[in-house]
Design a protein around this ligand. Structure first.
Ligand SMILES: NC(=O)c1ccc[n+]([C@@H]2O[C@H](COP(=O)([O-])OP(=O)(O)OC[C@H]3O[C@@H](n4cnc5c(N)ncnc54)[C@H](OP(=O)(O)O)[C@@H]3O)[C@@H](O)[C@H]2O)c1
Length: 437
């Protein structure tokens, strides 16, 4: 992917293209500063001409202290750019780029008058180099030659995955497969956005070229305050994982809930109405699962969470919402007591226990000896596909359902919201599986 670096000065904005060798040899250009609207228009033109997929802007050190006013001005300009450009924008430490550029030009024997013309763009090149070095040092290659590249054109639209981090997500793979299946000129992009960049990213989503987004950790709750319209179920759950852009207004949905129910029916073979369910965990996923199950008419729901106060908060939210069905709380220690769980038809793990590379990869929330053999055991963790909990459940003779079908179905519901088309679920599932193996 081509990246543009920007050095925002008071009189000029330096612009440099991504290839390191190329940009140091012949920095791209500079744009006059002062009239923000004109500058943004010109940068937008360069982005399109260069088919750039990302813009990186150098930020002076601090919003207070000597660099304060300039840092604030750059931040305002970044916000302005975010509202207008159709590509993501990131900021990085500018690291005295102008001084470094001046030195480099001087050492190269370039006369003072000529140096003035080149310095802004060379400073932009240093900013870009610093950004690329930072990515490499953090073990994150710039997202070159991935599934996003080669898809740039005027009519192309974007669906973004907004989270932090997003590098390991498999959603781009199966969503792109579904978009390509329908022959849609839409690219599903990863936007790695730290919390302080979320407002800008949401503004960027209002651009006509953006169709919408998936929202993932850690932003699912924060976007509730930033979208213009929130669907009732997302409001109840208290989290948004899907955004659609309708003529500049952002509508927020939660597709985890319907995704879970579809997975339960189609892959778990279980009809939830009238069943007795145990939910492990009380975080965002547990909230979606509990509201979804009560909405489907389960007879009773027990919540067990490591921190019991959080389970109590979730139970209170369910009672307040006036959902039907009995809701109670179980102590976490009950999960190790034989015969205490015998009455449950369905047990759902909504904690990260068992997650690949997590702190408790080999841990199961319940040992085989305490899992009822007649239950369906569902683990929301999808990587690995066979978690310690699923292994224990098999040992106990219970039926099992991993987290991948829910991931795919929540994605399929989101796909329908963005495109109005039916998602090719089988293809998405095959692509998702292939991405994990
Ligand atoms: N398959 C899918 O489509 C799908 C969708 C959404 C989420 N998920 C998965 O579901 C899991 C939970 O996600 P989330 O968004 O709900 O996370 P979250 O909001 O951070 O909640 C995490 C929950 O897990 C509990 N927990 C964390 N570490 C634990 C441990 N070592 N032992 C016992 N309990 C522990 C927490 O308990 P405390 O309150 O005591 O901290 C909390 O209840 C993640 O693995 C996520 O990948 C899957």
């Amino acid at each position: 992917m081509r990246i543009l670096g920007l050095d925002v000065g008071e009189r000029w904005i330096g612009v440099a293209a991504s290839d390191l060798g190329e940009m140091l040899a012949s920095p791209l250009t500079r744009v006059r500063a002062g009239d923000d609207e004109a500058s943004v228009r010109e940068i937008d033109r360069i982005v399109r001409e260069q088919k750039a997929g990302l813009v990186v802007v150098g930020m002076p050190y601090s919003l207070s202290g000597a660099a304060g006013p300039q840092a604030r001005r750059v931040q305002e300009f970044v916000d302005r750019l975010s509202r207008s450009l159709s590509v993501p924008i990131e900021t990085c430490d500018e690291r005295s780029s102008t001084i470094a550029a001046e030195q480099m030009l001087e050492e190269a024997g370039i006369p003072r008058e000529k140096r003035k013309e080149k310095i802004d763009a060379v400073a932009a090149a240093f900013i870009l180099q610093s950004y690329l070095d930072g990515r490499r040092n953090a073990g994150l290659e710039p997202e070159s030659s991935n599934e996003e590249s080669g898809r740039q054109d005027e009519d192309r639209q974007i669906v973004a995955l907004i989270g932090h981090p997003v590098k390991h997500s498999i959603s781009p793979r199966f969503q792109q497969a579904a978009l390509d299946y329908h022959g849609l000129n839409i690219t599903y992009e990863r936007w790695d956005i730290p919390p302080d960049g979320l407002h800008s990213a949401m503004d960027r989503l209002r651009h006509p070229s953006c169709l919408g987004a998936n929202i993932t950790i850690p932003h699912k709750e924060a976007v509730l305050e930033m979208a213009d319209v929130i669907d009732d179920q997302a409001k109840l759950i208290g989290a948004v994982n899907t955004i659609t852009n309708r003529e500049g207004r952002l509508h927020g949905f939660n597709t985890d809930a319907p995704g879970f129910i579809r997975a339960l029916r189609h892959y778990g073979g279980l009809e939830p109405a009238g069943k007795s369910v145990l939910v492990l965990g009380a975080g965002g996923a547990a909230r979606a699962v509990c509201f979804a199950l009560l909405g489907e008419g389960v007879a009773g729901l027990a919540i067990a969470n490591r921190r019991v106060t959080r389970a109590a908060d979730l139970a209170a939210a369910l009672w307040e919402a006036g959902t039907r069905g009995e809701v109670k709380i179980l102590e976490w220690s009950t999960m190790r007591e034989t015969d205490r769980l015998a009455a449950f038809d369905l047990i759902v793990n909504c904690t990260p226990l068992g997650m690949k590379y997590g702190q408790a990869e080999d841990e199961s929330p319940i040992p085989a000896t305490c899992i009822p053999e007649n239950a369906l055991v569902c683990d929301l963790v999808y990587n690995p596909m066979e978690t310690a909990f699923i292994r224990e459940a098999r040992k106990a003779g219970a039926r099992v359902l991993g987290g991948l079908p829910m991931l795919v179905y929540q994605g399929a519901v989101s796909f329908g919201i963005w495109t109005g088309r039916e998602a090719p679920v089988e293809l998405m599932m095959e692509t998702a599986k292939a991405s994990l193996t």
